[in-house]
Write a protein that binds this ligand. Structure first.
Ligand code: PAF
Length: 280
């Protein structure tokens, strides 16, 4: 695997090696601490593209809490192994200053509920940072396709909107959420949970599944969500932030059942914020 540590190194490599392959370049942006969820994105990109660039950049502008940024896991040695095994061609590891062309800062973005509701509300400024960094990474990598996991369902909607406006030629490929054998959605943050925390966190996906099962049995979505809300609020050690039915394209809470495509949730266990979702 080729490791390129700056935009200059990436550009030079492209000039010397692309020779037409730029027509088939896949991109998997990450913040490192790669797990099987990332590996599945890289594997898919490798199946569909000649060249796969995987970036690792812990983007400071998308963290609204300094402590969260500082404690974000950094596991470069293992990341190289995961990315290579999954079929990545290039591991691109620029510094924030390199990508931002100076001190990192993010412009304000307003795409309506997709940037202001749920994750946008809980993590003020988060999507400003995501939009800024993905936009800049797209300019540096210039991919044909970019792969994003649907664990971050709202992020996919935000990136699609940004990309439609600023990079209409890039195809955004949204990929399946990957769970562990107990149903916990894979996340780099999971490594910070204790064994007890992991067991408690499993309630998140279990309750999502129960919401869907009750809806399949004919219960109204809101009523089904309310049952899960009550159960989760009673769990000691788990702090529920939100659980709601939404439409995955608009992130508005439609009052009509057919408008909702997913149930989304955010909760903290042992101070670790976890998000998950399930299709209705
Ligand atoms: O999903 C992530 O890991 C990040 O938000 C992303 C898309 C790499 C931007 O920093």
């Amino acid at each position: 695997m080729i490791i390129l540590k700056s935009t200059i190194e990436l550009n030079n490599w492209f000039i010397e090696n692309l020779n037409g392959l730029e027509e088939n370049l896949g991109f998997v942006p990450t913040m490192g601490a790669l797990h099987m969820g990332h590996a599945s994105l890289i594997e898919r990109a490798a199946r569909e593209c000649e060249i796969v660039v995987v970036s690792i950049l812990v983007n400071p502008t998308q963290f609204n809490e300094k402590a969260d940024l500082q404690s974000y896991p950094r596991t470069l040695e293992n990341d190289v192994i995961v990315a290579e095994k999954a079929g990545g061609t290039i591991l691109f590891t620029p510094t924030p200053e390199d990508i931002y062309g100076g001190t990192p800062s993010a412009e304000k973005v307003d795409y309506g509920p997709i940037t202001s509701a749920f994750e946008g509300l809980s993590r003020q400024g988060h999507f400003d940072g995501v939009v800024s960094v993905v936009d800049k990474l797209f300019m540096a990598v210039r991919p044909n396709r970019a792969y994003f996991g649907t664990k971050d369902l709202q992020q996919v909607a935000v990136v699609e909107r940004m990309s439609n406006e600023r990079h209409p030629k890039i195809q955004i490929v949204s990929c399946k959420l990957i769970r562990d054998e107990n149903g916990l959605a894979l996340s780099s943050r999971n490594t910070r949970l204790s064994d007890t925390g992991i067991i408690l966190a499993q309630n998140i996906s279990q309750e999502l599944q129960s919401v869907v099962d009750r809806v399949k049995d004919g219960l109204d979505v809101n009523d089904s969500v309310e049952i899960a809300k009550k159960k989760l609020k009673n769990l000691k050690g788990l702090e529920l932030e939100y659980i709601s039915g939404v439409n995955y394209k608009t992130f508005s809470i439609s009052t009509e059942n057919h408008g909702r495509s997913h149930i989304i949730i955010a909760a903290s266990v042992e101070g670790i914020r976890l998000i998950d979702n399930i299709e209705l």
